[in-house]
Write a protein that binds this ligand. Structure first.
Ligand SMILES: Cc1ncc(COP(=O)(O)O)c(C=O)c1O
Ligand SMILES: N[C@@H](CCOP(=O)(O)O)C(=O)O
Length: 510
């Protein structure tokens, strides 16, 4: 096996296969899976990769993380081709270059050309096909009653849910349950999730916050008995396959931005659960010469506070912002970065000791609501990252400003999450004052998904029309379709487990 995986909280030597890692999702000790080593890519290989298509590049990267014995190269190639054939752009993730046209090199990486108009499609179209591939292989020639099944349980603040549902709908032996906080997602996001008629899909509208939903999902993964009964699968970015599939666009966009020139590149990423930017961290650690990855948060700023103070502290309340998909108290994937920092700064490169340190930090987070790291850890983090916090008024102002000033194309419309990133990019541009840096700002969702925020910013402009300029026909139709959802009156794990079992019976899968 060329690659195996370990848990961030494990102090054991053993590692496990890619398939087990993906199917299991979250480690039984509560940790997240990471590769036992990060493959290295040299300058010659990068040069070769620079002319590959998105799909070819995805294959080269994934081959480094999945051994040929686990998924033969031809099968992997076919999985990748199928996963990206559903995208509306032949480039999958095109780069809108120099949007302001004023020499500041502000490029927007459009990640929303998949079926649900959000960056999550890049990973979840692939994850859906991967689950199906593993199940078909395990169930080959088995009678119905012995077939292995996966019960996907995910939490969403709006976008993961629809991308997961579109990735898993109709897949044999897979059922999908998506928990979302009632009233805290946009109407179109809710319509996308609840209008999918496939029998294997059920959305659960939970009275609570996204963090409540995420905590329930993690507790379900930690419930040995429920897991044994239902073989629970993860679609949130706690699942390693999500991070892996997202690495491709960092490489692809980098090559498009520099086009052979000797420029420096910074990526700016609107961040919540830290999954998207973490894929960029892996790309950098593999050898992609990225200058810095910039974390852009809204006022739910646990990540920005950590980068500035070394205190990782859960605040008491989540603020409802214009960028709701990032309204989050604790960032799941930050644990993966913390593991590398602990190993390199505090454990002299010892994997097992890093697991022990992580365990202590997360026990402290649970019992005291925070933990504090040494300044040396922050110093190491700042080699790879910088961070910016963006307020709602700044988000709105950025949507307006780009609409008015963009040149390539004119009247470019940002969704509020992308606007958080672009505002942070603008700040970096003025701080750096270096015309040799190319800035790639990640656009994580289509503006049509956030009508209220976009209209609030743009309706004052003459000639602007949401229906005409923003809303794709495909999304227009959603409001006419029948909705299928189930209310869960309390953010309570036992109630959610009961609801899932009742629904599985109705689906004929339990
Ligand atoms: C539109 C949008 N932007 C940004 C983010 C933040 O990404 P991450 O949670 O990977 O940090 C999310 C949610 O994950 C999202 O849905
Ligand atoms: N912003 C996310 C929250 C879940 O994050 P994930 O990337 O870990 O799935 C969403 O839109 O649901």
């Amino acid at each position: 096996m060329s690659q195996s995986y370990r848990s961030t909280r494990s102090s054991a030597k053993e590692t496990q296969s890619f398939e087990k890692t993906i199917i299991q999702g979250l480690a039984s000790d509560g940790g997240l899976f990471i590769p036992s080593e990060i493959p290295q890519v040299d300058a010659e290989t990068l040069e070769k990769w620079s002319s590959l298509s998105f799909q070819e590049l995805a294959l080269e990267i994934m081959k480094l993380y999945i051994s040929n014995e686990e998924i033969p190269e031809n099968d992997l190639k076919e999985l990748i081709q199928r996963s990206y054939s559903t995208f509306r752009s032949s480039e999958v993730t095109p780069l809108a270059k120099d949007i302001t046209g004023n020499g500041e090199h502000l490029h927007v990486l459009e990640l929303y050309h998949g079926p649900t108009y959000a960056f999550k499609d890049v990973a979840l179209q692939f994850v859906g096909n991967l689950f199906e591939y593993f199940l078909q292989r395990a169930n080959k020639d088995l009678p119905q009653e012995q077939r292995k099944k996966i019960t996907v349980v995910g939490a969403t603040s709006g976008d993961t849910g629809s991308a997961a549902i579109y990735g898993m709908r109709g897949k044999k032996d897979v059922s999908v349950f998506i928990l979302y906080p009632t009233g805290r997602i946009s109407p179109i996001q809710e319509e996308q999730m609840t209008t999918v008629p496939d029998k294997n899909v059920q959305t659960l509208s939970v009275k609570g916050t996204f963090d409540n939903c995420q905590d329930i999902v993690k507790a379900i993964f930690g419930d040995v008995e429920f897991n044994k009964k239902h073989n629970v699968g993860a679609v949130n970015s706690i699942n390693w396959a999500r991070i892996l599939a997202q690495m491709t666009y960092y490489f692809y966009a980098y090559f498009q931005a520099i086009k052979g020139a000797q420029s420096k590149v910074k990526f700016v990423v609107p961040s919540g659960n830290f999954g998207d930017i973490l894929a960029g961290y892996y790309a950098r650690k593999m050898g992609l010469p990225v200058e810095r990855l910039v974390i852009a948060t809204n006022s739910n700023d646990i990540l920005d506070r950590f980068m500035k103070t070394g205190v990782y502290e859960r605040s008491d309340d989540v603020a409802a912002t214009l960028s709701p998909a990032m309204d989050i108290l604790v960032s799941s994937n930050f644990e993966r970065l913390l593991w590398y920092l602990a190993r390199d700064v505090m454990a002299s490169g010892d994997d097992q000791k890093a697991g022990e340190i992580l365990n202590q930090w997360f026990v402290q987070l649970k019992t005291e609501g925070k933990f504090v790291v040494d300044q040396a850890v922050i110093k190491a983090a700042l080699v790879d990252f910088d961070s910016e916090r963006v307020s709602d008024p700044e988000t709105k102002e950025t949507i307006k400003e780009i609409y008015q000033s963009s040149q390539n194309p004119k009247n470019y419309i940002l969704d509020p999450h992308t606007a958080v990133g672009v505002c942070a990019t603008k700040r970096q541009i003025s701080k750096d004052n270096d015309s040799n840096i190319q800035y790639i700002s990640l656009s994580t969702a289509h503006p049509a998904k956030f009508a209220e925020a976009v209209n609030d910013a743009l309706s004052e402009f003459e000639g602007y029309s949401f229906e005409k300029d923003v809303l794709p026909d495909e999304l227009k139709k959603l409001s006419t379709l029948e909705k299928k959802l189930k209310f869960v009156e309390k953010a309570d794990i036992e109630l959610v487990k009961r609801t899932i079992e009742e629904e599985l019976v109705k689906m004929g899968l339990f």
